[in-house]
Design a protein around this ligand. Structure first.
Ligand SMILES: Cc1cc2nc3c(=O)[nH]c(=O)nc-3n(C[C@H](O)[C@H](O)[C@H](O)COP(=O)(O)OP(=O)(O)OC[C@H]3O[C@@H](n4cnc5c(N)ncnc54)[C@H](O)[C@@H]3O)c2cc1C
Length: 456
């Protein structure tokens, strides 16, 4: 193990690649004493989170233990949270009054949910960013079906089963599509008192089309697909305020929903936005062509690299590289390669990268894919989606587990068991909600799912 301290903060898509590159090179291991720090002790494969949220893929199958990687690659790992980074003293403050020094630092801390300062958004909506968020959403949907089955009136059923998803980007539409699959294929046939007209799913998107990062024809395909299956899509309307079970839009409308999920955007965590560096408006750190952090005067810091969702780097057309897994992977492997070159006394290479395309999953019936200029939508695209993400999974075991999940899910419906404690998925007020017939039914939202019937 080398003598120079390399500290990698974050073991996600970007940080993992840095650590793997160092671990693979004997010269780099002889130069760097590498420590990977992550607040979790696992890597999570985000693209399959919406599938986890409905049980189409098992929770454990999309996580990979960071300790396994660390021991295979001969680097050190600790599970702790970075609280503050002192660039001048070259130290990172961690929980439990711990500190880690560094000679070279890689910041790969990903992103957190961005509420854009919208009043009530953080307090009254549920984020969709972590394994725990996905598990809670699934448990909540099933729990609400159990409650609705016992409800005294149709109005109560409609109220309990009203969902709003704020944000019609990739995550928002994927969550909506998976949710619909679970509702139609699994839940409606098993809950005799509940009819499709009791369930409403609404997506609110501030832009003029859903999945604005996709080509226009794919946006139209996704919107048509969702609307045909009963999702109400509201475009070109910003959320201005959120209250308990109510979303206010800029046109003055208010949408009632028992569950509001926030998928409207992400930003780097506070520990990154607080750094005295050059940032772009959403808080990402500006980096030079070798992915070194730029100070407020635009001068690169030789010993600080930033990758993934935390890094703002222009691509050829002047726009910033999007906050995507493929960007993080390429940035991480590039910084890793440059650190290996540095260990061998060679000069750093500039970062160049063109995105390969995108894959948007619409549940088990469809997807849209644009890869290397080839555009496909429909069932064939679903196969491309399943295969592409299988290849990207970390390790053969995870690939096998997810492949079995996909096959099982093609043949069988979702599992409708709800194994979490009720108090972890419902608030106190929801737990004690009166469902008796004598209660005056509250105003309910008539969602577009009401137009579909159970068999369609
Ligand atoms: C639901 C969802 C679906 C997505 N789907 C896709 C998709 O289909 N395709 C695609 O390309 N991209 C997708 N993305 C985006 C993609 O996951 C991110 O762009 C990518 O993860 C960024 O990589 P990263 O290394 O910057 O951060 P991450 O992979 O998020 O890793 C950051 C790591 O830092 C750790 N961390 C954070 N804060 C601290 C701290 N203070 N101290 C210590 N550790 C910390 C975290 O635990 C995490 O392990 C999706 C994201 C989400 C949330």
């Amino acid at each position: 193990m080398g003598g120079r301290k390399l500290l990698v903060l974050g073991g996600g898509f970007g940080g993992l690649e840095v650590a793997r590159a160092i671990g693979r090179s004997r010269a780099a291991r002889a130069t760097w004493d590498t420590l990977l720090v992550d607040k979790e002790n696992f890597f999570q494969f985000n693209p399959l989170l919406p599938a986890v949220a409905v049980g189409a893929v098992e929770t454990r199958h999309i996580v990979y233990p960071l300790r396994d990687m660390a021991s295979h690659r001969h680097i050190r790992f600790i599970k702790n949270k970075a609280i503050a980074i002192d660039l001048e003293r070259r130290r990172v403050r961690l929980h439990n009054d711990l500190e880690e020094p560094f000679d070279t630092l890689v910041i790969a801390l990903g992103s957190v949910t961005n509420y854009y300062g919208i009043p009530g958004a953080e307090a009254h909506t549920r984020p969709f960013k972590t394994i725990a968020d996905a598990m809670l959403l699934r448990a909540r949907v099933v729990e609400l079906f159990e409650m609705a089955e016992q409800a005294g009136t149709d109005a109560q059923r409609r109220r309990l089963l009203s969902f709003v998803i704020a944000g019609g980007g990739v995550t928002g539409v994927e969550v909506a599509a998976e949710l619909l699959d679970m509702v139609r294929d699994t839940l409606l046939p098993r809950y005799p008192s509940i009819h499709a007209s009791h369930v409403s799913v609404t997506i609110v998107e501030a832009g003029e089309r859903v999945v604005g990062t996709a080509i226009a024809s794919h946006s139209r395909y996704v919107q048509r697909y969702l609307e045909k299956r009963g999702v109400r899509v509201i475009l070109d309307r910003k959320v201005t305020r959120v209250e308990e079970k109510r979303v206010h839009l800029e046109d003055g409308r208010a949408l009632e929903a028992f569950t509001i999920t926030w998928t409207a955007g992400v930003r780097p965590p506070d520990v990154v936005t607080a750094l005295p560096l050059a940032h772009d408006p959403d808080g990402r750190v500006r980096v030079d062509e070798c992915l070194r952090a730029l100070d407020p005067d635009g001068k690169p810091l030789e010993h600080v690299f930033v990758v993934g969702d935390c890094a703002a780097r222009e691509r050829g057309d002047g726009a910033l590289h999007p906050m995507l897994a493929q960007t993080a992977i390429r940035m991480g492997s590039h910084v890793g390669r440059n650190l290996v070159r540095q260990a061998g006394g060679r000069a750093a290479l500039p970062f160049t990268f063109r995105e390969t395309g995108y894959i948007i999953s619409l549940g088990k019936h469809s997807s849209v894919v644009e890869l290397f200029g080839v555009r496909v939508a429909g069932r064939l695209a679903w196969l491309a989606w399943a295969f592409a993400y299988l290849v990207k999974m970390v390790g053969f075991r995870k690939q096998l587990e997810v492949a079995i999940d996909h096959l099982t899910h093609l043949v069988f419906t979702h599992d409708s068991s709800q194994i979490l404690a009720r108090r972890t998925v419902l608030t106190d007020a929801e737990l004690n909600l009166s469902l008796g017939t004598r209660e005056a039914p509250p105003a309910a939202t008539e969602g577009p799912l009401a137009r579909s019937d159970r068999s369609s």
